[in-house]
Design a protein around this ligand. Structure first.
Ligand code: NAG
Ligand code: NAG
Ligand code: NAG
Ligand code: NAG
Ligand code: NAG
Ligand code: NAG
Ligand code: NAG
Length: 277
């Protein structure tokens, strides 16, 4: 197994800028400024040219799921910094108020009122994972439901993903059930309580893109184990965390195996004080 799990604690350290130790502190942001990092009124999106200097199909993540589950969400890192490390991914926003979808280098925020926005680059995110997605396999398939997707992913990938992280992008028309949480109502409110108040939405025959990651069970404290998908519609008006879905006819399924994973561990007070299950 070639997985290298890097835990980077020195956020601002340029010493971490080697070819392997590649965290948020690695200095990519200066060469790949998200536009909103310079101008807080502009939606956050990464720089295409600089993004292409990033290695393909590695995941860079801010914080980890154990911390998010414990409700560590009042601060984080700027979304502009996240977008300097990938063009596809998912996450959440401060106080778990909404879902994040990163598609083609743009970070979208889906809120519990059913709206979608593009927050400025200086907006904090308490949890996000991104990759520079370069599909290793392009397949076409029909998907009966979420578990059917999980069952057949290796087939569409054309290889064994049993012990592996993977990233994917699915484009097509869908029937789906998605959610967006309205946010914590007190500091360190656990995610389970927040999600218990989430708003759910059903959509039928909606055209759009699913993005997401497969996380092996051994990494369940780092990211959500199993398959985790967020959706955004082609017209960018509907988005959220995918609870259930089925394709309407055949959809395009692009997959990449991920062999390298970087995690930036938070250092703000709330993180230090939290208790993890
Ligand atoms: C920031 O972006 C807004 C909207 O695009 C623009 O009106 C403004 O001039 C920009 N400010 C700077 C300093 O670039
Ligand atoms: C969040 O963290 C940033 C960077 O460390 C800091 O500038 C900001 O004041 C913090 N915000 C809150 C609400 O703690
Ligand atoms: C998959 O399709 C994309 C375009 O959507 C293309 O850039 C890429 O080369 C294809 N990859 C493979 C492995 O066929
Ligand atoms: C998902 O789809 C598969 C294949 O059609 C089916 O066997 C299974 O019962 C479905 N599961 C759920 C939960 O609907
Ligand atoms: C992956 O490889 C292992 C070891 O050969 C095997 O047990 C497992 O069934 C394989 N999984 C798939 C989906 O092929
Ligand atoms: C949090 O929200 C729930 C549901 O709206 C409510 O029952 C609970 O009292 C709220 N807690 C606080 C501390 O506001
Ligand atoms: C969405 O569909 C599911 C399953 O059909 C149903 O249980 C749920 O009540 C629906 N939710 C909404 C918000 O319509």
């Amino acid at each position: 197994m070639k997985l290298s799990l890097l835990v980077l604690t020195a956020l601002a350290s340029t010493a971490a800028a080697g070819p392997i130790a590649r965290g948020y502190g690695a200095g990519h942001e200066s060469t790949a400024p998200a536009h909103a990092g310079k101008n807080a009124t502009t939606p956050a999106h990464g720089s295409k040219n600089s993004a292409h200097k990033l290695p393909a199909n590695e995941i860079t993540q801010y914080s980890h799921i154990a911390a998010l589950s414990a409700g560590v969400a009042s601060n984080g890192t700027r979304i502009a910094r996240v977008l300097a490390h990938g063009d596809l991914g998912l996450g959440t926003w401060p106080h778990i108020a909404g879902e994040m979808v990163v598609l083609d280098g743009v970070a979208y925020r889906a809120t519990a009122d059913g709206k979608v926005s593009t927050p400025p680059g200086n907006t904090q995110t308490p949890f996000a994972a991104v990759t520079r997605f370069v599909p290793e396999r392009n397949a076409t398939g029909t998907i009966a439901n979420f578990s059917d997707f999980t069952t057949h992913l290796e087939g569409w990938y054309g290889g064994n993903l049993t012990h592996h992280f993977a990233s994917y992008r699915l484009d097509g028309v869908w029937d789906l059930r998605i959610r967006a949480p309205g946010g914590q109502n007190h500091t360190l409110e656990p995610i389970a309580a927040v999600v218990a108040r989430q708003t759910e939405f059903n959509h039928t025959r909606i055209a759009g893109t699913m993005v997401g990651f497969r996380t092996p069970k051994y990494a369940a404290e780092i990211n959500a184990a199993g398959d985790h998908l967020h959706f955004i519609s082609d017209d960018r008006s509907v988005a959220g965390h995918v609870l259930e879905f089925a394709s309407v006819g055949a959809v395009k399924i692009q997959v990449a195996k991920v062999l390298r994973y970087s995690v930036e561990v938070p250092t703000f007070d709330e993180y230090e004080e939290a208790t993890f299950a």
